[in-house]
Ligand binder design. Sequence first.
Ligand code: HEC
Length: 145
Amino acid sequence: MTNQIAHQKSQSTLPPSSLSYLIFLFPLVLLLVSPEPSSGSPPAADAAGPGKVLFEKRCAGCHSLDQDREGPRLRNVYGAKAGSTPTFKYSSALKSSQITWTDETLNKWLADPDSLVPDNDMEFHVPKPDERADIIRFLKAASGK
Ligand code: HEC
């Protein structure tokens, strides 16, 4: 008697559709179990993600990646010397600053351009540290660094 009940029970906990659950869950389990794809350097789309949107919101009024506007083109700015786009007319302050654009210098520039380079021509800053970090990551990726 008890055997029969147990038998029925085990059948009822395994409905025919459970196979499709397994098929559905299997890739998810694999994703959770194997850390490889998400470790190491993040995929390019992720790296560009929030920074790209912020760049378009905050910077694109004056900058584009590939054309000079009110500000110089910025595609290869990361790792470059400040004021080194030959087609753009910089302030002499920025041109003679001897700065190389890195995470650190870009962070200072975006936080407060005037304290990094007094008398420069960029009248804009980004007060939020996390926004600066995202924008710098975007510029770095756009520069292939
Ligand atoms: C109101 C216009 C304006 C906005 C907005 C602006 N910039 Fe600029 N930017 C300039 C100008 C003008 C210069 C050149 C400054 C100079 O010659 O002193 C410049 C220069 C720069 C430089 C130095 C480039 C080089 O070749 O050395 C960087 C980097 C930069 N901007 C990044 C940004 C980023 C990132 C943003 C958005 C968060 C931004 N700027 C927003 C006008 C702007």
